[in-house]
Design a protein around this ligand. Structure first.
Ligand code: ATP
Length: 248
């Protein structure tokens, strides 16, 4: 049960997110380390004014274009993202025609099944990452994140991920995958290694990505390609970092 937060509270949004994660923790979806990882993100979000900046929005437009142009895109889901925005992740997978794969740093088949149940309840018809017979291994990673689905991340061209560890991001990019990451910390290894880095909170990113994708899907392929060509990830991240430094 998620504790009710008065909407008049000045920090209501932030407190609601915390409550969802605590609820996810009680339900065995979120691990304690996930709560700590959220704390790191929350600190950056505070400095960003808990808003989607214009730079994050530009990154989301580039990310949506990449997903729409991909043939085999995957949305990687973990405990925190499932607890925070399962329904929106399923909608985003439908709008961008991406498959969903559960991928956990602190792996457990029980937790993966609980996350899959939540996604299925939100009408996901296809959740990868559960079948041990379909397991593939990414070389060079020591954590459990090395296990991926051979029909999912291993076979994908573009991967959308959040709250990811740097090791795997670096390896996925090395493998030639296009990686879109959502990370509030522009200094993390994931943020630095990704092809498109969205410096924003996952709870705002996914609804934005749905809206943007619904608009962009109506555009010509050349329009999307131009949007990607005009996007400079390094410059975009630098501008986000300056906003954090200056304060909003
Ligand atoms: P890296 O290995 O890439 O350097 P890290 O060790 O700093 O990353 P992790 O603890 O593996 O990071 O993952 C948490 C990351 O996710 C942090 O960088 C944090 O800023 C970010 N994060 C946490 N909560 C959110 C959220 N709700 N939305 C977006 N990013 C988030």
């Amino acid at each position: 049960m998620i504790r009710k937060i008065p909407t008049t509270h000045p920090r209501a949004n932030s407190l609601i997110i915390r409550e969802k994660l605590v609820d996810g923790f009680r339900n065995g979806i979120v691990v304690p380390q996930g709560l700590i990882a959220h704390g790191r993100g929350e600190a950056f979000d505070y400095l960003l004014g808990e808003k989607t900046t214009k730079y994050a929005y530009e990154a989301q437009r580039a990310a949506a274009s990449l997903l729409l142009l991909s043939n085999k895109s995957i949305i990687s889901v973990n405990g925190n993202t499932a607890a925070l925005c399962a329904k929106d992740l399923v909608t985003m997978s439908n709008v961008t025609k991406s498959r969903i794969e559960i991928n956990l740093f602190h792996n457990s088949s029980t937790r993966a099944s609980s996350i899959a149940r939540i996604l299925t309840k939100e009408d996901a018809f296809d959740v990868l990452g559960l079948n041990s017979k379909s397991k593939a291994i990414i070389r060079g990673i020591s954590s459990n994140r090395k296990y991926v689905d051979k029909d999912g991340i291993m076979n994908s061209d573009t991967i959308f991920l959040a709250l990811e560890d740097g090791d795997r991001t670096e390896n996925l990019v090395r493998m030639g995958k296009t990686v879109i990451s959502v990370d509030l910390n522009p200094l993390s290894r994931t943020a630095i290694a990704s092809n498109v880095t969205i410096i924003d909170n996952i709870v705002r990113v996914v609804p934005n990505m749905i809206r943007i994708s619904e608009q962009l899907v109506k555009k010509d392929k050349s329009y999307l390609l131009q949007l990607i060509k005009n996007f400079d990830n390094k410059e975009n991240m630098h501008k986000s970092l300056l906003m954090i430094k200056k304060g909003v």
